[in-house]
Design a protein around this ligand. Structure first.
Ligand code: THU
Length: 139
């Protein structure tokens, strides 16, 4: 799928954002290796921290459907610069995507910035860091 088509899917998803508190609509589209596309929009809550970003909604939908291999992601919001994903979403991307996978971030003016997962979150904490321990509490 072309970058443009994935971005248009993200824009479509953005329209379904549930954002009564911020009024900030975000859409995401995630393409999997086997050709499926999972869409996400941000979903807010009166208890603000319960909110889930568009990127994580798309990723969690895909994971919960058994997807394990991802090709690229597009994210769009009405921002002056291409919308920077939040830190939590970057950490989740880093858990499930290859470090070299590309994420197209954009805005409604059509500006697009393509970044790798590694560029979005360098030196990220990973499962490797958990397994490199001996299980003892050190002083
Ligand atoms: N948000 C996203 O959905 N993705 C981003 O990349 C940045 C922030 C949402 C969370 C919240 O609903 C609103 O934008 C304002 O922070």
């Amino acid at each position: 799928m072309s970058k443009e088509l994935l971005l248009s899917k993200a824009k479509e998803a953005r329209k379904r954002a549930y954002v009564p508190y911020s009024t900030f609509h975000v859409g995401a589209a995630l393409q999997t290796k086997n050709g499926n596309i999972y869409l996400g929009c941000n979903i807010e809550n009166a208890a603000y921290p319960v909110t889930c970003c568009a990127e994580r909604v798309a990723i969690f939908k895909a994971i919960s459907e058994g997807e394990t291999e991802f090709v690229e992601m597009a994210v769009v919001a009405d921002t002056e610069r291409p919308v920077p994903p939040c830190g939590s979403c970057r950490q989740v991307m880093s858990e499930f995507f290859a470090q070299t996978m590309t994420v197209h971030i954009s805005n409604l003016q059509g500006e697009v910035k393509t970044m790798s997962v590694e560029q979005l979150l360098p030196f990220s904490f990973s499962s490797q860091d958990l397994s490199d321990r001996d299980g003892k509490v050190s002083e």
